[in-house]
Structure formats: C-alpha cells, structure tokens
Design a protein around this ligand. Sequence first.
Ligand code: IMO
Ligand code: MG
Length: 430
Amino acid sequence: MSAEVIAVAGGQWGDEGKGKVVDQLAQGATVVVRAQGGDNAGHTVVNGKGMFALNLIPAGIFNPKTINILGQGTVVNAAGLIREMAALHERGISTSNLRISPKAHLVFEYHQLEDGHEENSKGAQAIGTTKRGIGPAYADKANRVGIRAEDLADPEECLGKIARVLKNKRGYHPDLANSPQFDPGYYENLLGEAQHVLTPLVMETSEFLYRHITGSNGRVLIEGAQGTLLSVDDGTYPMVTSSNTTINGLLAGAGIGARWLTQAIGVFKAYQTRVGGGPMPTERFDEGADRLRKSAHEFGVVSGRPRRLGWFDGVAAGQSQYVNGFTDIVITRLDNLSCMGDLMVCNSYILDGKEIHHIPSNLRDFERCQAAYGNEDCYPGWNEDLAGITDLNDLPEKARKYVLGIVATIPDARLMAIGNGQRREDLVFA
Ligand code: IMO
Ligand code: MG
C-alpha cells in the first residue's frame, strides 16, 4: 500500500494555469503541498464556490477533506497569509486544514523593501520582480539568518532574532536604515497575531508525509509555483525567481523522497507568456498579440502587469523537459486561440548562424538567439469555439494538429489533458 505522489510544475515562465490543474486533481487528493515560492505566485481557481486568486494557500483548500501544507521550501509572508486566510473565511471557505512546515521561512516587510531597492539599483537590468521580497527572503535562508515558521511560537525570542538581522541589514543598506520597516518594533503586533493565528497550524510534516505515503492509498499532490524557466537553478538566470521550480525542486521543497514520485506533470500554456524582464525569442508585438492579450486576459494576478506574449516556444519547452522529465503534460488555454488566425510553433533557435535546440546558459547568448520558423511550423488557425468539448476526438481538426505540433516539442511525455475554459471541469482528458 502506498499513496500516489503527483508533482505539478510549470513548464514555461509561470502563469501556465497550474492552479486550475491542481484544483482539478485535488478533488481526489488527500494532501496538497506547496513546495516553493511565496506570494509571488498567483493561482487562479474557478470552481463551484466562485473565482479565487490564491497566492500562498494550496489549491486543495476547497476540498474540506484535503490537508494543505505550506512546505519547507516555501517563503511565507506571515501578514499576507493571515490576510489570505481571512479573505477565504469571508467567502465561507474554511482553512482548518491548512498546515505550515516549521522549516518554512518567513517573509517580512524588510524583505520587500530590500527587493524594491535591489531592483531600482539594477536600472535597465531590473528583473521585474513582483517586489514581494522573495529574493531577499531566500537570500537570508541561504545566509542562515532567516526566520522560520517555528520561530512564531515565541514572539519575544523571534523579535530578538529579527532585531539581530536588522542590525546587520542597516549596515548593508545605509539608505534604508531609517525606514520604519528596518525597526524591529515595527513587527511587534504582527508577531503577536501570527503566534495566535499561525502557530497552531505549524506541524512537523516530514514524518506525517512519509507515513501517509507509505501507509495509505491516498494521493499527495505537490503544487509548483512559477515555471521551469524561472528556476534559480534551471531557468534563464539571472532573470529568474529565487527558488527551484522544477519537479526536482518540488520534491526537495515538499521534503518527499524521489522514490515515491509516481507522476510528474508539466503544465504548458498553448502559447507563450512572460511577465518581467529577460529574453523571449518568440515574443510578438503585432496587433494579433494585443487582441489575444485582451481576450485571454493576460495580465498578472499578482502585479496586474500586462503579460508579454508570443508563439509557443518549442525550444524552451524541450529545455523544460530536459530538466524535469515530465511523464505527462497538460496544455492549457487552447480555447483562447480560437479566431486568432494562423499560429506558429518555434522548433529551433539560430545562434551565430547555427541551429540549436536548447536555451544557452549565458544570458547574452540567449539574448542573441532568434526563433526560427519553417513552413511546417505554421499551423492554420480555427474559428470554432472549444467550450463544452469533453472528448479530444471532438476537437476541430486544425486545433488537433496544433496540439500535436506542441506535444512533439516535449519528448517522452504523454498528453494528459488540454484546457478549454476557466472552470474546473474545462479540462479534456486524453
Ligand atoms: P505563478 O505561480 C509568472 C517572475 C517575476 C519576475 C521573476 C522574479 O503565478 O506562475 P520574484 O518576485 O519571484 O523575485 O520575480 O519571476 N514571477 C512570475 N511570473 N508567474 C509567477 O507565478 C511568477 N512569480 C514570479 O515576474 O520576472
Ligand atoms: Mg500567476
């Protein structure tokens, strides 16, 4: 007897629709774990209870039988989490099944201040972060001066730790030294509230997960945030986030051994988007891209920024498969492409006159890559509405061919489902 362990990661630059896929799979899940990232994620879920934009809380929260864990690899904004819980309570969603790993690191407003400061100092090289303090919080973790969820149990001792951290930070950032967020007293009320609201949720998760996996027939779902190309290890460094967003990163962030993984699902949007800076070889600037951005509402959940939009990048998708080893893929938002004209899929880049099929590790080289499109990479568009289709065989022939074109760029993975609408049930399984 052992539970299924399914990890769901983004295959691109985030915003692939992971929330929807996880919400669907969470119906049968006994446990959902967020493994990395923080409230830089914005996971939109539309189900019978309404539309929700989740930043931290795992998408399994809508199933009252599912335990939802913020894993050791996450960075949790304590004030933000308290607000997110309250917003769910107001809409009648209980968070009594939420748990937090004692090892999860905390994000405080001083991290957000540092994030903004770091970005401003980069000028034109700015990453375009969400300014949620994610990078500085992970930096503190690696620097071994992070504050963890377990520290909330003793507000006085926690405040002492924060005071020591801030003393050093005032030295590193003289121009921020006088900001109220760099004064430990700023956090006193928050720590009191967090002890009250969050400490009861802090639970040792490694033994719980091990016993659950090895001793039950349940289903553990590991919910990824961001996407592979934003991974600090595998992505387009330095234009990335600060956690490892791949299947491998998810296992480490959940604290689950690799041998228990039964399925590695990659979620890909049927076209390409990116928010923030960094190269994007298939980016489009034409009127068609504007039309798609508006009709598909491609604006950031967290920041409201318009998302950059492009043709499906098969080189990037292949790169993603090199480092993830997805067993299954889900292609989302296919319905958004109806009535959008002919479509391209990029199958190679040209760098210095040579054809390549990977993303160069060097950012300058990546910047110089040009997306190549052959005649066979152009797919005739379709005008049929895909809403309500429940069988892949009922897809219009042109849409089916386009899907096959995308699938071919992700070797060794099986097409599991396509998305044809926002709602939980708008997933057509193969
Ligand atoms: P979900 O989970 C898309 C991007 C930011 C920026 C870079 C670094 O909704 O897919 P950070 O604030 O993380 O230090 O910013 O990463 N980014 C995302 N892009 N979806 C996300 O999350 C993202 N989280 C961070 O735009 O380019
Ligand atoms: Mg998002």
